[in-house]
Design a protein around this ligand. Structure first.
Ligand SMILES: Nc1ncnc2c1ncn2[C@@H]1O[C@H](COP(=O)(O)OP(=O)(O)OP(=O)(O)O)[C@@H](O)[C@H]1O
Length: 591
């Protein structure tokens, strides 16, 4: 458990403790509710036991039976209501925690999106992380909270029993502790290797399948699809065998633990019997002591599931942390260490001057320059397009502008300050495949600005022209993405990402081929919307297409890292090469 709680440092805070601290009050309330619910169940059985015993005697007064009947009903009713309240509260709290985690993940990756994209495919990374983060809800719901409640119930139960008989309480405490806590730990360690192997195989085969689906056409074209299917089947069968073994093991373990828990009930009844014989306990309470053990053991034995699942949660946390570190590391590797003098946040966000002076960049351990001698001035509101063949240096130039990598020579300045120093406040980014999370439409847009209210969300939705579509969804902006996701086309997904950018309200927007994969008409409409909505912002747009270039202030052609041709659309039209390219691209668009 310490491994879950402790692994943190100032730079990499834990993915569990900050949220537990932040919602400590709610967590405490959930634990109290779960204790009350277990208490009601125990009290119900206890009074039911007393009632049965009393009813077997000849009561002097009908009230002797009637009071326990009312109590049994009250506790029975209370258990259901409190348990329901506990579930509602715990799910609502966990959803709040998950929301915070998603925003944190987005904010970690978003500033480095240009550099991270090089080594890790962003959409897939975010997908994986969303899955892992979702799994963490079970860490709270099925592990941390039940474990806390069980430990408390265990402690309170033993202390209460100790008030009658210390020796028996200690003996029973050891036995129950062994059943509820020690046996699951032993079982976990003895099967750890196999569990790990099963998880590894499963994720490997998932990766293989994803790869195969992505490259389906190539498999079919090469006539090797049968080969792949057979190999995949073999992997699946091997992991099914391990899974079968583990399920049988878990089933036997549960059977063993629950059988032994029967012993606890027998011990309690026998102890209450001898206690009554010695005249220390009224005989009617014998059954009560026997029955109270049922609900308490049931709650305690749930810890075994929680303990068995701990490694799974640990791996999820490790993967998330790893990704967080990778994202920072990839960016740091090429990053410039900003000196304190350079971190001068400037206030005038409405007028930002971006300037590249003789900028050059060489990737570590390479001889070739990826970008060389680039000069560029982008005053607020200027629109610049960067074109060039694959490998000509466009993305590297975009990263230099964003400040996520440091120029090897020359400088990138924003209002005279290094871009990197103000990176998080200056740039928005729109790429080829914006990721939509499995949460509501509103939350997907709000990701870029967690404080935005519903009114602002509606406003940006209207601006990007999605209001009719979103209003037609069953719950409008609160419709879950899972329900709505399939209804969004590529262009509409880009519009949602554009709504995020609008909400972010940053002076410079970097566009990395956001229209790739769209049909020409949708592409043209999207470009018009982007240029219209972002008219006050500076734009740096990496593209392979010449559609929409008429509206740009400057077009830059990159070749082998150098700027080979530049100018406005009108001036470049005088250049035969540009005119040919434009006509070719425009002709294909008209087709
Ligand atoms: N991380 C890296 N390490 C070493 N070389 C790199 C790295 N990233 C890019 N390069 C090289 O730098 C040059 C410019 O690459 P860059 O990605 O900027 O080109 P691009 O025009 O954006 O290409 P594309 O259109 O395919 O994205 C290429 O020769 C590329 O191989």
């Amino acid at each position: 458990m310490r491994r879950f709680i402790q692994k943190k440092s100032k730079e990499h805070p834990s993915w569990v403790t900050p949220y537990v601290k932040e919602y400590a009050g709610l967590f405490l309330l959930i634990i109290i509710l779960s204790l009350l619910s277990a208490g009601c169940a125990a009290a119900m059985m206890y009074t039911a036991g007393a009632l049965i015993s009393k009813a077997a005697l000849r009561p002097e007064n009908i009230l002797m039976i009637y009071v326990p009947i009312v109590l049994v009903r009250t506790f029975g009713f209370g258990k259901g209501v409190i348990q329901y309240a506990e579930r509602l509260l715990s799910h609502s709290t966990i959803l709040k925690v998950l929301g915070r985690m998603r925003v944190r993940m987005y904010q970690t990756i978003e500033p480095h999106v240009l550099t991270v994209r090089r080594s890790i495919s962003t959409g897939r990374v975010l997908g994986l992380l969303a899955e892992d983060i979702e799994r963490l809800q079970n860490l709270y719901l099925r592990a941390l909270l039940p474990l806390c409640s069980s430990i408390l119930i265990f402690g309170v139960g033993i202390v209460a029993l100790g008030m009658y008989d210390v020796k028996f309480a200690l003996l029973l405490g050891c036995f129950v502790g062994f059943l509820a806590f020690i046996i699951p730990c032993i079982a976990l360690f003895s099967t750890m290797k196999r569990r790990q192997e099963w998880k590894d195989r499963r994720s490997r085969s998932y990766q293989e399948l994803t790869d195969a689906v992505l490259g389906l056409t190539d498999w079919v074209m090469s006539g090797q699809s049968r080969l792949f299917i057979e190999k995949f089947k073999r992997t699946q069968q091997a992991s099914a065998r391990i899974n079968h073994y583990l399920r049988r093991y878990d089933w036997r373990l549960n059977w063993f633990v629950y059988s032994l828990s029967g012993l606890v009930i027998i011990c309690m009844t026998l102890w209450a019997g001898t206690f009554a014989e010695a005249g220390k306990l009224d005989v009617v309470w014998i059954a009560a002591f026997g029955l109270i053990a049922f609900p308490l053991m049931d709650t305690l034995l749930r810890t075994s599931n929680a303990i068995m699942e701990l490694p799974e949660y640990r791996r999820s946390i490790e993967r998330i942390k790893q990704m967080e570190q990778d994202a920072n590391m990839v960016a740091q590797e090429m990053k410039y260490q900003v000196t304190a003098d350079e971190i001068k946040p400037f206030d005038n966000m409405a007028s930002v001057m971006l300037e590249l002076q003789e900028v050059g960049f060489r990737y570590p351990d390479t001889k070739e320059w990826a970008v060389r001698q680039v000069n560029l001035q982008i005053p607020q509101g200027k629109k610049v397009a960067i074109l060039g063949r694959s490998g000509s240096g466009k993305s590297t130039l975009l990263q230099l502008i964003q400040g996520s990598i440091l120029s090897s020579e020359g400088s990138v300045l924003i209002n005279g300050v290094t871009a990197q120093a103000n990176q998080n406040r200056l740039f928005s980014f729109l790429n080829q495949s914006p990721y939509l999370f499995d949460t509501s439409v509103a939350n997907n847009i709000r990701l870029a600005c967690p404080d935005a209210d519903d009114k602002q969300i509606h406003q940006v939705i209207q601006m990007v022209g999605l209001d009719r579509l979103i209003d037609s969804l069953p719950q409008g902006i609160h419709t879950s993405m899972q329900e709505a996701g399939s209804r969004f086309s590529g262009g509409e997904r880009q519009r949602i990402a554009l709504a995020r950018v609008l909400l972010q309200d940053r002076p410079i927007v970097l566009l990395d081929e956001p229209t790739v994969g769209l049909d020409p008409i949708t592409e043209k409409k999207l470009i018009d919307t982007i240029l219209d909505l972002l008219k006050d912002r500076s734009l740096v747009w990496v593209t392979h297409h010449l559609t929409g270039l008429e509206q740009m202030d400057e077009i830059i052609f990159m070749e082998d890292g150098f700027v080979k041709m530049r100018g406005s659309h009108q001036t470049l039209m005088a250049n035969e090469r540009y005119r040919n390219l434009y006509e070719l691209d425009h002709f294909s668009y008209l087709l």
